[in-house]
Design a protein around this ligand. Structure first.
Ligand SMILES: [Zn+2]
Length: 278
């Protein structure tokens, strides 16, 4: 009676969960594209339907299927044949992959609210990361949304204690703030120009994220973010590109990894400095 085996039902439940999650991941990813392009321009997210950036042709509903339409049209507009940025399918599939990671690594069947909040925070981080990459700006409204998620998480889940959240909020953001202030004063003295080493937006991002994911995870996030930014910065230097890069996208990458595996990363790191018990 293999079909009534509970393990078989488990597999089927997971399969359905993965399919539904992929579907929502792609569709919401498609909406994130709209956010990333329209918010910096001050355009409405809902008023105007999707259109080609070059010829303005309204995009038909059958050409709006995430990822697949782009592949089918070979990355070109149906109206004018102009190239459509590969970033659209990238953002859609990225959001989809992150949702699937949440489904896999957050025990969503035991903690559904925690899983949902984590998924929403990942979508928000995609928007924050890409907008910061484009404009070098992190929007206050997006940080408020992250803080609201943290408050909802504190009210409706018990994955973290309140002290863990509060320490998480300050343990990275306060050093970041101090580095920012000191670098401003130092560059003013030395070069006569204020250059802030770490922007206020990045600092507040770590404050809100720390409130959401707690001490251990935000520390891991900061290390991953700084490491990634440093690697990209060095590669950029070697290639002779301009050295000023926005920090937000790398912090966002760090926070995603930190959220999913921060506890394990910190425990592993600490274990390197502990003698094995005999
Ligand atoms: Zn076009």
């Amino acid at each position: 009676m293999i079909f009534l085996d509970s393990r078989f039902l488990d597999v089927r439940a997971y399969l359905i969960a993965y399919l539904i999650t992929s579907f929502f991941g792609l569709c919401i990813g498609s909406f994130l594209n709209v956010c990333i392009y329209r918010i910096p321009k001050g355009e409405s997210l809902v008023k105007r339907s999707s259109h080609c950036m070059t010829c303005g042709t309204k995009i038909r509903f059958y050409d709006l299927v995430p990822v697949f339409s782009w592949l089918f049209l070979k990355g070109k507009c149906r109206g004018c044949g102009e190239k459509i940025s590969g970033r659209y399918p990238l953002v859609e599939s990225l959001n989809c992959v992150l949702y699937l990671l949440v489904l896999t690594f957050v025990d969503v069947f035991t903690y559904p609210v925690h899983g949902l909040i984590t998924a929403i925070s990942f979508s928000l981080l995609i928007v924050i990361g890409f907008i910061d990459y484009d404009t070098m700006e992190i929007y206050g409204s997006h940080l408020v949304m992250l803080a609201v998620l943290a408050v909802l998480s504190a009210i409706f889940t018990d994955v973290l204690t309140i002290p863990e959240r509060l320490i998480g909020a300050v343990c990275i953001s306060v050093p970041f703030f101090i580095i920012g202030e000191v670098s401003t004063i130092y560059t003013k003295k030395k070069y006569g120009e204020r250059i802030r080493g770490i922007e206020l937006g990045d600092t507040l991002l770590m404050l809100c994220a720390g409130l959401l994911i707690g001490t251990k995870c935000i520390v891991a996030s900061a290390f991953i973010g700084i490491f990634t930014a440093a690697v990209v910065g060095v590669i950029g230097k070697i290639r002779g590109k301009e050295s000023k890069i926005s920090f937000g996208p790398y912090l966002a990458i760090g926070i995603v990894f930190g959220t999913l595996w921060g506890n394990q990363i910190i425990d592993w790191y600490m274990s390197l400095f502990t003698y094995p018990q005999v």
